[in-house]
Design a protein around this ligand. Sequence first.
Ligand SMILES: [Zn+2]
Length: 464
Amino acid sequence: MAKTTVTTSIAYINAEPHIGFLLELVAADVLARYYRLQGDDVFFLTGTDEHGVKVQRAAEALKQKPQQYADAVAAKFQKVTKDFSISNDYFVRTTDAKHAEFVQKSWKKLTEAGVISKRKYEGLYCAGCEAFKTEREIDNGKCVIHEVELEKVAEENYYLELSDQTKTAIRSWIESIEPETKRAEVLNILEDFEGVSVSRPKDKLSWGIPVPGDPDQVMYVWVDALLNYLSALVAADKSVAEYWPAIQVIGKDIVKFHAVIWPTILLALELPLPKKLLVHGFITVDGKKMSKSLGNVISPSELEARYGVEATRYLLLRQLNFYSDSNFVWKEFDALYEGELANGLGNLVNRTINLLAKCREKGVSVTPYEPKIDSALISADFSGELQQVNELISAADQWISEVKPWEWLKSGKVSADQAENLLQQSSIIEIASRLEPFMPETAKNIRAQLKSLKPQPLFPRLST
Ligand SMILES: [Zn+2]
C-alpha cells in the first residue's frame, strides 16, 4: 500500500483560529481523504506552534503561565479540527515532551553536520514575524508584512547557513512548489540568502526549547516549529523512512521557511525534500488582511452557523482562489450556496431520486455502479476539480430537460435501459464520489438516497 503523508503548517497560537487557517485545514483534509479513497495508507498531520516571544507576551497580558495559555488556545484549534470533520491522524503540539526531545536530538545532528554554528549576528528584527528580515522583506525600514518599524538587534546566536551545494539541491527541487509563480520568488530568496539566526539569548526569549549544551540560548521558534513534521511521525510510531517525504500545505507568508530553511534542515538530516509544497494565498475582507485591530476577523464558527460544516468546506475551496489571494464577501458565499448547492447539486439529486423512485413504482430498478474517475485532485487542483463537478451537474440538468424522462413515466412504459441511462446521465454516482473528499457526509447522503429512493433535501435554504 502506498504511504502518503499530508501536513498543514502548524498554527501559531498567538491568536484565535480564523478562516485562513480553516481554508488550509480543509484543503489538506481534502487531499488526505482523496488519497485514502485511492487506497493509500495516509498519515495526515496538523497541530499548533506554541513557543516564542509573541506567545510569552500574550500569556503575560492575561496574567497566565505560557503553558496554561498554550493549553487553552491549542484546545480551540483542536475543536476546529473536530467541528469541520478534519480527518487528521495526529495533532502535534510543539510543547509536547516528545517533540522537544526530538528537536534537541536533531539540533545536535545539525551542529555535527556543520549547518548550525554560533556567531555574532546583527540584523533587523520584526517582532511580528519573529524573524530577522532580509533587504527584500524591508520597505522604508518597515517589515513588508507587518508594516512595523524594525528593531536593530546585535546578538551572539546560533546561525544556520546554506552551502552552495544546498542551494543547488533546492533549485533542482523547485518544481515541487505550487503554484508555479512561487518558484521564481524562492529562486530570488535563494540568490542572496546566506543564512538565518536560529537561537536567541534566554533573557530575550524564555518560552522555547533550550539549546542542548548551551544553557544561555533558546531555540528560535522556526527550527523548533519546522521539525514538528518529523517529530510527529516519531511520536505517532510511524517510520520516518516510510512516511516521509510529505505533501505539505502552507500559507504564502511562510514560503521562505518552508522552501529554503526546511530543505536545508532536511538535507543536513539526510532526508528527502517534500514531495510537494502547496502554497495558498491570504483571505482578505474588504480588501484588507484580517486582523483583530481592524475588527474584520471572520471565525470558522460564523461560517458554520450560516452554511453548516459540509457547505462551508465546499464554499471555501470553490469561491476562494486557493493559490492566490482572495477577498471574502458574504453575499458571494450566499449566492454560491444557493446557486450551486441548494439549487444545482440539491435539485439534480432531488430530481433524479424522484424519477428513479417513479421508475421503481413501474417495476424498473437500477443498480449502482463503480464510476471511473480522473480527478484533478491528483495535481491538488481544488478549483479545477469542483469546476468539473459543476460541469457534470449542468450537463445532467440539460440532458434531463431535453430527454424529459417524466414523459416515459406518464406514458406508462419505462424500460430497464431507459432507467439505467437516466442514472448514468444524471452522473450522481460520479458526483458523489468526486465530492466525497470535500463533503463526505453529503456523498454518503446521496448514496443513501440512491438506495432508499426517498428524496431528502441536501441543503436547506438560507435564512435571510
Ligand atoms: Zn513582520
